[in-house]
Design a protein around this ligand. Structure first.
Ligand code: TTP
Length: 659
């Protein structure tokens, strides 16, 4: 049986994420914007279809966008609290919600293509549906209930883009009746389209996010038509219509032809569309593109064997920051500050990955670019603790600092990156999960109220009026699930000057860096801001101790098994800074709420931890009481010695007298 492949792509994804947070923005022209490189302008990243109708485009500045659409609402991509870098976690969490739904679908193979895009091989699911009923029964049912089963499906036949909405359904019924009855492949595509309608509906019901889809016999074909009827609709492309669709398909819009190869084809043959390419004699293609020719011949016919690779995880985890132009790092303090900031964020992501994917990275690649070149090295990643990463990166970078002046850095730094790779399965049994939970829970408790939304209708027109009332609470996304790499536009604000680091409007929060006088002293990191308001002052003292002890632990000790990298005492010291102090603390409102959100196994661990703490405390109290009692006894026996002695002497005397 021919494969049935679908591509599901979320509509204006970041915009929908923001709209869910601010439901009054549903249905409005709005865009998500991010500060561009240098921090001077704000550019459009994600644009709702209502705003696109006005001509707002990705990459426009706020000024340009407002000019074409004065009513445009703009949401900014938030910055990480610890540094001037985009915080994409809310989009990643939203993406995880969608992928949670997709992974639970039975009998499909899922390949995550990007933060908001997935390929699905639904061949087996279609086969199962086929076996449940006869073809005739399926076709009859589909035709009778076409409006219900195919509420947003189009058939890409070259004429579909001109269809009025009332003609769409008639076209589907005709196709079911004429083509699907005659050809099992067409019927399989129809069943596939029905299954994808159901999956998209489920995504909407559970997340409020709309998406579009393309359904065909391979990835290239599915991708080709996925955006054909965006937003909130899907398109089937039966093989007989590929040639027709190719007539208007620019070469560079085909999957894998968007880059150099596509450009080379158009330049070499002076062509524009896939139909043009089909007209080029095969010998010429073979001559000009011998290595790619076999693949090109296939896709020219609409064929493509590329399998769906079951994949949800990235092979590596990376963080990178550019320092363009005037923002190049020219001072030791600037370099140390950014290495520290980035390492802290990187370390956090590693812990998150560990929890979500139950795996541990073994290699750390650190790299930087200066005015003279690009330098990198890979070392064993023996610990996720950020101070180790800082040590490694700084010592590597220092060996390239040629500045005569002690405080300067030369050649100036243009980029700093770190990446973790070579993952092994499993997580050390120690309590890293709790560490992560605590960080997340604290962060969540400080996140401004993430709102209430009213469910909207899947097929409610996109341009409908905005929803203003609130009924249902938005389910908090599970922030333990942060998996994907988001295409990072190189547009985040850069700064070398500490005063340019954006602090929260409440000046008490921010990221504090204390530069070290001694080059080798790396104890310059302070906790990220969000701990401060939640954890009491003891944390501060603990933190310095922790940093000292972790600093001493060996990052390079290859002979040490990973589990032993951080001695237990250090681990428990790290843990203790996050943990509730005892069972009483667990009953406290804020912490209680956090505990409720925990996965069951972590909850058990926290309870156990507190029970042990309580037992210790009680033991300590008992011992103290005992000691106090003993002391007071001793004391009273000392002070009572006089009269008691006198009494016993009296009796002795008495008895001896009586005797
Ligand atoms: P896309 O799927 O390319 O676009 P989109 O979801 O906004 O809109 P469409 O309905 O046309 O699919 O990207 C997904 C998200 O990724 C997008 O909402 C914002 C983000 N993104 C960037 O941050 N930078 C980029 O350069 C691109 C292309 C996307």
């Amino acid at each position: 049986m021919s494969r049935i492949i679908a591509l599901i792509d979320m509509d204006c994804f970041y915009a929908q994420v923001e709209q869910r947070i601010r439901p009054e923005l549903w249905g409005k022209p709005m865009a998500v914007s991010q500060i561009s490189a240098g921090g001077s302008a704000s550019i459009m990243l994600a644009i709702t279809y209502e705003a696109r109708a006005f001509g707002v485009k990705r990459g426009m500045s706020v000024k340009e966008a407002k000019k074409v659409c004065p009513s445009l609402e703009i949401c900014m991509v938030p910055n990480l609290p610890t540094m001037n870098k985009a915080d994409l976690s809310r989009y990643k969490s939203a993406s995880d919600e969608v992928f949670d739904i997709l992974t639970k679908q039975e009998s499909i193979i899922l390949e995550k293509a990007s933060v908001d895009e997935a390929y699905l091989d639904i061949t087996e699911a279609v086969e199962i549906a086929c076996n449940a009923e006869s073809s005739e029964q399926i076709i009859e049912r589909f035709m009778t209930h076409a409006a219900e089963f195919f509420p947003s499906t189009f058939i890409a036949d070259g004429e579909d883009e001109k269809l009025e909405s009332d003609q769409r359904l008639a076209r589907i019924i005709k196709w079911l009746d004429e083509d699907c009855r005659m050809d099992s492949l067409q019927l399989n595509l129809a069943i596939g389209a029905y299954l994808i309608e159901k999956i998209r509906k489920e995504i909407f019901t559970k997340t409020q996010f709309r998406c579009s889809a393309g359904i065909g016999i391979n990835k290239i074909i599915a991708k080709l038509v996925c955006a054909r009827h965006k937003p909130n609709q899907q398109t089937i492309i039966p093989p007989q219509f590929v040639a027709k669709v190719y007539e208007t398909t620019p070469i560079n819009s085909v999957r894998n032809l968007g880059g150099k190869l596509g450009k080379a084809l158009t330049d070499t043959f002076g062509i524009k569309t896939m139909a043009d390419l089909q007209m080029v004699p095969k010998e010429q293609i073979l001559h000009e593109f011998p290595e790619q020719s076999i693949w090109l011949f296939k896709i020219m016919q609409g064929n493509d064997d590329e399998p769906i690779r079951p994949r949800l995880q990235q092979k590596s985890l990376a963080i990178s920051k550019n320092f363009p132009g005037v923002y190049k790092l020219r001072s030791v303090a600037g370099v140390e500050k950014w290495v520290t900031n980035l390492s802290a964020e990187f370390s956090k992501r590693l812990y998150e990955d560990q929890v979500v994917n139950q795996r541990t990275a073994l290699n750390l690649t650190i790299s930087f670019r200066n005015d003279e070149g690009f330098y990198n090295k890979t070392v064993p990643l023996n610990s996720y603790v950020n101070i180790g990463i800082i040590n490694n990166l700084l010592s590597f970078m220092r060996s390239y600092n040629k500045a005569g002046d002690k405080e300067a850095w030369h050649p100036p730094i243009k980029n700093i990156s770190m990446s973790a790779s070579r993952f092994r399965e499993g997580v050390d049994s120690q309590t890293k999960q709790i560490t992560l939970w605590a960080e997340k829970a604290i962060q969540r408790s400080l996140t401004p109220n993430e709102n209430e939304t009213k469910p909207r209708e899947l097929n409610e027109p996109v341009t409908s009026k905005c929803v203003t009332s609130t009924e249902t609470k938005k389910k908090r996304s599970d922030s333990f699930k942060t998996v994907d790499h988001i295409p990072q536009p190189s547009t985040s604000k850069q700064s070398e000057q500490p005063e340019l680091i954006q602090l929260d409007s409440d000046d008490e929060i921010g990221y504090e860096i204390v530069s070290s006088k001694n080059e080798n002293d790396l104890k310059m990191e302070r906790r990220p801001f969000y701990y401060r308001d939640v954890v009491n002052d003891e944390f501060n003292e603990n933190y310095n101790e922790i940093q000292t002890s972790v600093n001493e632990s060996s990052m390079h000790s290859e002979q040490n098994p990973r589990e032993k990298d951080i001695p237990l005492t250090e681990r428990s010291a790290i843990m203790s800074r996050y943990m509730p102090k005892n069972l009483d603390d667990l009953k406290n409102g804020e912490i209680k709420d956090m505990i409720e959100q925990l996965p069951e196994d972590i909850k058990q661990e926290v309870m156990h931890y507190c029970t042990v703490q309580d037992a210790r405390e009680m033991k300590a109290k008992r011992t103290q009481k005992h000691e106090t009692l003993k002391r007071s006894k001793r004391k009273s026996s000392d002070t009572a010695a006089g009269p008691e002695k006198k009494i016993s002497d009296f009796f002795k005397t008495k008895s001896s007298k009586i005797g």
